[in-house]
Design a protein around this ligand. Structure first.
Ligand SMILES: Cc1ncc(C[n+]2csc(CCOP(=O)(O)OP(=O)(O)O)c2C)c(N)n1
Ligand code: SF4
Ligand SMILES: [Mg+2]
Length: 346
């Protein structure tokens, strides 16, 4: 038997071990892209040193929407009705703006039954990390095409999709989300940087993560299979995220890298591959999406960012204390106040 002491467990800046960021054991299929996203979420919250008790996990219905059960067990959670996560998130954040909310949805949950709620969420810029685990199908109900399935993509049974897709990133940019990104569940480095940026951001972070369904949509002819996405992933550049509590100097050549200061003081460095890419310009962002789409590629990375945009809480000009903690006297006007109002209307 060795006498050497057991290695010290790694802790983060708030002295928590990674086990505090894990969830229940996954019940999803082995190899499902959604599981890889869960792993990146666990790592990102651990490395950013976020207190799990401050986190609110939300979802709709689908294999993807089951994911919050598999990360951050000590956090608060609400598994809502199919496509209705945005309204639950809005109510929760208005009640307690001190929470850090992360919602996990699917391409069906968002693009089909939930599209009405999604568009209004995006135009409000609610502080929320909104992840679409995008596999181009309804995994939970056995693989029917979803609204993000590409035109001409083939289902497992040979049926060809004859409708054009909804590009959730283009929609989110158009409507007002202040951080819009696309990534791939198989790109560990990029997805980690995107998630940390979203944690540091104030406002809606809409992240569409292409996440292959190995059971129903990973065959030849599918445009959301691992091999197809790997071959058609077109990163917009390299992302380096430096959290505010780390003092790291990132070397970059002026002119080739865009530096973005996040709300919490963290720094984001985007080293461009495309010469004229400017992630703070909506027109450039939308044009980039359309052009890569036309080439049959997926542009990935931080597609659009507006770090200083007012979020929904600021727009509503709420009082400083979270509404959930206000005493009754401040939330219900007394009889005298109501009588005064009635009198003024006579
Ligand atoms: C109101 C309602 N309509 C339909 C369903 C059936 N249903 C469950 S999950 C789902 C789609 C899931 O697809 P997606 O959001 O893409 O998640 P995935 O399973 O692919 O991760 C549907 C249509 C339901 N549960 N509730
Ligand atoms: S059916 Fe598809 S989306 Fe659902 S868990 Fe299995 S691989 Fe993942
Ligand atoms: Mg899906």
């Amino acid at each position: 038997m060795s006498d050497s002491p057991a290695p010290a467990k790694r802790t983060n800046r708030i002295n928590l071990e990674i086990t505090q960021y894990r969830g229940s054991k996954t019940t999803l299929c082995a190899g499902c892209g959604h599981n890889a996203i869960t792993e990146r979420i666990i790592d990102a919250f651990f490395e950013m040193g976020i207190d799990p008790k401050r986190v609110l996990k939300l979802s709709g219905i689908g294999c993807s929407s089951k994911s919050p059960a598999y990360f951050l067990n000590p956090s608060h959670g609400f598994n809502s009705v199919h496509g209705r996560m945005p309204s639950v998130a809005t109510g929760a954040m208005l009640a307690n703006k001190n929470m850090l909310a992360i919602g996990v949805s699917g391409d069906g949950d968002t693009g089909a039954i939930g599209i009405g709620q999604f568009v209004h969420l995006m135009r409000r810029n609610l502080p929320l990390i909104y992840i679409i685990e995008d596999n181009g199908c309804y995994g939970l109900t056995k693989g029917q095409f979803s609204p993000t399935a590409d035109l001409g993509s083939k289902a497992k049974n040979g049926v060809v999709n004859d409708l054009p897709p909804i590009d959730t990133c283009a929609l989110a940019i158009e409507l007002g989300a202040s951080l819009v990104a696309r990534s791939f569940s198989g790109d560990k480095k990029q997805l980690s940087a995107v998630l940390k940026t979203a944690i540091a951001h104030r406002g809606t972070s809409m992240i569409d993560v292409i996440s292959p369904c190995v059971t129903f949509n990973d065959h030849e002819g599918s445009t959301k299979s691992y091999s197809y996405v790997k071959d058609h992933d077109e990163p917009l550049g390299e992302i380096s995220f430096v959290p505010y509590f780390e003092d790291i100097n990132v070397e970059y050549e002026p002119g080739s890298t865009t530096q973005v200061k996040m709300h919490d003081g963290s720094q984001l460095y985007l080293r461009k591959l495309a010469e004229d890419y400017n992630p703070s310009d909506k027109i450039t962002a939308l044009r980039t999406l359309h052009e890569s789409n036309r080439r049959g590629e997926f542009a990935t990375g931080i597609i659009y960012i507006e770090p200083d945009k007012d979020d929904f809480i600021e727009t509503l000009n709420l009082v400083d204390e979270p509404l959930a903690f206000l005493p009754t006297e401040r939330t219900r006007p007394g009889r005298a106040v109501l009588e005064e109002i009635m009198e003024s209307l006579r």
